[in-house]
Design a protein around this ligand. Structure first.
Ligand SMILES: NC(=O)c1ccc[n+]([C@@H]2O[C@H](COP(=O)([O-])OP(=O)(O)OC[C@H]3O[C@@H](n4cnc5c(N)ncnc54)[C@H](OP(=O)(O)O)[C@@H]3O)[C@@H](O)[C@H]2O)c1
Length: 246
């Protein structure tokens, strides 16, 4: 009876995680959203159509805001502690790519800071605060959603290069994950932290030219996630299950 915690679930791949995972009445889901004032219509519809709507809890968590992440971790404790549950799968899906046209020669400092805040500091503090609140299971699986653009090897082969600030933030997320993989193991022996590239997917971020449907991408991602072994800790996966060079 696993518990999932997913960031950025009001749309995109986060929403698709909720759609698929809420089909099983066994799953408890914490569905996080940047703001409870956002349009939560599609998320609420997905929950209403699920097998057991009461098992999915919508919570506010703005991953660019430390107070918001901290408040969320306390709220999560109020839900999970009385149930005797901890988070088995933490899926850090929320991210931004606000200035895809910027190159390394035209980086906007505010845009870059925002991407680092949401895409890197957010997953770091989410893990830290949940660990501090004793909410991570001893064999927790943590998926930090990255991109092929965060791979130095892959990115160096792409011409013309694109999304400089976003790529920098995802490369930083990859490095964060390598550190988390080791640091967390010292606290939770069975923890596994990975990064995964979901493919180029038709969401607001992926755009209309993308090649994959969200349902296919997330089916793949969940297959890899559920097959993870202890020795996969600290690896960079493609949604197909292949590993990607750093
Ligand atoms: N789609 C692709 O082709 C693709 C490719 C490679 C990697 N990825 C990665 O896959 C993940 C999901 O991407 P996506 O395609 O679903 O993107 P998306 O459609 O743009 O959705 C992004 C989600 O992140 C949330 N978010 C943004 N800033 C936030 C914040 N400060 N706090 C909390 N939530 C925040 C958004 O909420 P709001 O609506 O409130 O802003 C939204 O729910 C990301 O990590 C992305 O980098 C996607």
């Amino acid at each position: 009876m696993p518990t999932y915690c997913i960031t950025g679930t009001n749309r995109g791949l986060g929403l698709e995680f909720v759609r698929q995972l809420s089909q099983s009445p066994e799953n408890t889901i914490l569905a996080l959203t940047r703001s409870l004032s956002s349009d939560l219509g599609p998320l609420k519809e997905a929950i209403a159509a699920s097998s057991s709507p009461a098992n999915t809890h919508i919570l506010e968590c703005d991953t660019s805001n430390l107070l918001s992440i901290h408040t969320f971790s306390k709220e999560a404790g109020k839900i999970l502690h009385p149930l005797g549950k901890k988070i088995d799968f933490l899926l850090n899906s929320a991210a931004v790519n606000p200035a895809s046209w910027q190159s390394s020669l035209s980086l906007g400092p505010d845009d870059l800071s925002h991407q680092i805040n949401v895409n890197v500091v957010g997953p770091a503090k989410t893990v830290e605060f949940l660990l501090g609140s004793d909410l991570l299971a001893k064999d927790v699986r943590i998926l930090n959603m990255t991109s092929g653009l965060g791979s130095l090897s892959v990115s160096s082969g792409i011409k013309p290069r694109k999304c400089a600030g976003y790529s920098i933030s995802k490369a930083a997320l990859n490095m964060l994950s390598v550190h988390q993989a080791e640091d967390l193991k010292a606290k939770l022996e069975g923890a596994v932290v990975i990064v995964m590239d979901p493919g180029w997917v038709k969401t607001r971020m992926g755009g209309e030219g993308a090649v994959m449907e969200p349902e296919d991408s997330i089916q793949d991602v969940l297959r890899v996630l559920h097959g993870l072994k202890k020795e996969d800790n600290g690896k960079f996966f493609h949604h197909s299950g292949e590993t990607i060079p750093w």
